[in-house]
Design a protein around this ligand. Structure first.
Ligand SMILES: [Zn+2]
Length: 299
């Protein structure tokens, strides 16, 4: 669609950091976030203490809360300082509450419900137009803080462990399906279920995704899932994390048992974001095992 989306995005990023104080402060703060790393057998999981993410991690996303708040992805409600780059039916925005060193939100130009199936080919095209970035989608019950407004996000590819883990753990892949245009694998020994679609053809990725979607357990509007996609060396890699729960019990717990972790793509991809310092200090290996086992679905 537009070959130069990436350079337009970079230009927007630079200009927003110059002209938008909220974004500048939050990206500057990212340089000082604390990170802990837990080593498992063949991979590690990071925990990032990021107080600016309280806005998302602590978000109430029940129907009443969503219906009564102004939608922050609709242009009319955005801060005056927030600029955009147009891409087809979408508007690319700098995410002012970042996790990644560069973090974008790509919102549909019209207010319509978050859903993956009708827009999967947009996600595939978007990852082709943003090389070096990971394009991701949070289902309406799997971490999207605007479940009423269709959007993707994109962040620096190498920042999230999933793609590197998948490349390194080649002996832990189990083939689920293969045709002339795509191959589908699951990654074993990874604490959570992840399925990877590989294809050199955009319609191959879409067809494989539609097949996977059809075998996942239905839930309200769509099977619970997080999805991320990148285009590397002439090939798409799409990672799908099937989910069975939105938040772990620790989210609602009280006192010393509470851990404010609200799993979405970033968490499933290997970085647990914690907005409360005391929770960050307390979180341990067993908590990570517990959280993944509660929210991840088996195939
Ligand atoms: Zn909206």
């Amino acid at each position: 669609m537009n070959g130069c989306l990436l350079s337009e995005a970079h230009d927007l990023f630079r200009s927003q950091l110059e002209n938008w104080e909220l974004a500048r402060n939050n990206y500057e703060a990212l340089h000082h976030v604390k990170v802990k790393e837990f080593a498992f057998d063949k991979f590690s999981v990071k925990v990032q203490f990021n107080p600016a993410r309280m806005v998302s991690t602590g978000a109430k996303i029940n129907r009443e809360a969503i219906a009564t708040r102004p939608c922050f992805l609709c242009e009319a409600n955005r801060p005056a300082a927030q600029e955009k780059v147009l891409w087809g039916n979408y508007e690319l925005l700098v995410n002012p509450f970042p996790i990644f060193p560069e973090h974008y939100t790509i919102a549909h130009a019209t207010h319509r419900e978050q859903a993956i199936l009708p827009f999967i080919s947009d996600m595939v095209d978007l990852s082709r137009a943003l090389p070096g970035m990971l394009v991701f989608y949070n289902g309406p019950r799997c971490g999207a803080s605007a479940p009423d407004h269709m959007h993707f996000q994109a962040g620096t590819l190498d920042f999230l462990p999933i793609a590197g883990d998948y490349a390194r753990m080649r002996y832990d892949r189990k083939r689920l399906a293969q045709t002339g245009t795509y191959a589908v694998y699951s990654l074993e020994n990874y604490l959570r279920t992840v399925v990877c679609i590989e294809s050199e053809k955009s319609d191959g990725v879409c067809t494989a995704f539609e097949w996977l979607y059809s075998i996942l357990e239905p839930h309200d509007n769509e099977p619970m899932m997080n999805v991320c996609c990148c285009y590397v060396e002439g090939k798409w890699l799409m990672f799908v994390f099937p989910r069975r729960a939105f938040r772990p019990w620790q989210y609602e717990a009280e006192g010393n048992e509470q851990l404010l972790v609200s799993p979405a793509t970033v968490e499933m991809g290997g970085i647990l974001v914690v907005p409360v310092e005391e929770h960050f200090n307390r979180i341990h290996q067993e908590d990570i095992l517990s959280i993944y086992s509660q929210v991840s679905a088996t195939l």
